[in-house]
Design a protein around this ligand. Sequence first.
Ligand SMILES: Cc1cc2nc3c(=O)[nH]c(=O)nc-3n(C[C@H](O)[C@H](O)[C@H](O)COP(=O)(O)OP(=O)(O)OC[C@H]3O[C@@H](n4cnc5c(N)ncnc54)[C@H](O)[C@@H]3O)c2cc1C
Length: 469
Amino acid sequence: MKTNPIHIIGGGLAGCEAAWQIAAHGVRVILHEMRPQRATAAHKTESLAELVCSNSFRSDDHEHNAVGLLHEEMRRLNSLIVRAADANQVPAGGALAVDRDGFAAAVTEAISAHPLIEVRRQEIAALPPDDWNSVIVATGPLTSPALAEAISTLTGEDALAFFDAIAPIVHRDSIDMTVAWFQSRYDKAGPGGSGVDYINCPLTREQYEAFVDALVAGDKTAFNEWEGTPYFDGCLPIEVMAERGRETLRHGPMKPFGLTNPHPGTSKAYAVVQLRQDNKLGTLFNMVGFQTKLKHGEQTRIFRSIPGLERAEFARLGGLHRNTFLNSPKLLDAMLRLKAMPRLRFAGQITGCEGYVESAAVGLMAGRFAAAEGQGEMLAPPPPTTAHGALLNHITGGHIETIDAGPRSYQPMNVNFGLFPPFDRALPLDENGKRPRGPAKALARKRALCHRALDDLEEWIGAVRMAAE
Ligand SMILES: Cc1cc2nc3c(=O)[nH]c(=O)nc-3n(C[C@H](O)[C@H](O)[C@H](O)COP(=O)(O)OP(=O)(O)OC[C@H]3O[C@@H](n4cnc5c(N)ncnc54)[C@H](O)[C@@H]3O)c2cc1C
């Protein structure tokens, strides 16, 4: 059957993976990449799939780590990006790190040599023409300004962000609830809440003073020259607030008012850190108002000094970066299509995932959805228990909109186990025939989540194959 070509805008990690998947399904692709005709502020070469910063795809442990699991799933789904990474691996302990030039060259070569893929070196500076009836936009965190403006006009201004201002996100089960407690300020239920929506961590005056000192003294990362100064929208980094005066935080995100510590024998808190539910599963909570430029090691050290967070496990740490991304849970359907213009599909970091591997994985799914659609079929999304499904679910629906009518809280996120539905069966017995406890239990839980994911992925691959026959 002769089908119309699928157009992909952006030859980065997501665009190349999408092109490969589509071509592997026998559908023609035209891939539009603006480099070298037009540069971005971070890319240095004209190669496709250039890694703009680190050369690491992070942990390759598919038994205990969510990104390692994502690698393994991608291998099973014929990923070009992971195949090129495996072929260009450099020693990096348990991580999958690559020779960046060899990696980009391998991807560029595979894409350029594929008979069903045509690469056009050109910027797409406006919404695609009407006769492109299937398009994947994979233009990344540094989407060219002209296209970003066109998308922003189509989606509405608030729906396309140009910076991420990320507060740290904590795994709920690592918060010490013998110290912290659930309560909304003044017990207000708000439009979508219940009156007990926030987790509150109390600080005494002494603890607050020490915390402010640590923030001011903490090591920070600088903005890149091209990032500009994104102090906008009331999104001041927490350490900048601390520098403005010792009481600023206590009258801002750390105000103690309207909150009563129910734990026996406690006195009124001098300051309170609030955490708000971040995903529908209720497994992740973000630290309200804690966007920061502190270095990652400093964040872990300083934020673990907050009572209740001594053993906090962070699903992601805070940051403030130049990044173009959509409010995807609102704008995209479950197949990554723009609800307002379904011929446009989005993939990669512009959807609000974060990282090389996640961007490529979203490209993989977008490519498969588009290829199936091009052949008049419907592809069921991968199950939410797989790393692909968990990521897709986070992007297209798993995120809660807001519980207090505050600003939108959807921010880019790496894949992590907090995005997976909890493992609700009994954990397997250990070699001594006992249920694992303590740290062994945490490891066993991760292993169980990984095994469930790979089993469910295989079932999905089987079902897709059967439907195609
Ligand atoms: C400075 C910086 C550092 C980063 N460091 C890391 C890191 O260390 N580790 C990590 O995992 N992630 C990192 N990231 C995130 C990383 O960029 C993304 O995770 C990943 O590259 C996103 O893949 P993508 O395919 O969505 O976008 P990209 O890989 O950026 O690809 C997008 C492509 O689209 C092209 N393009 C843009 N606009 C147009 C247009 N209008 N027409 C045609 N082509 C266009 C671009 O030239 C580019 O080739 C970093 C991001 C930035 C900005």
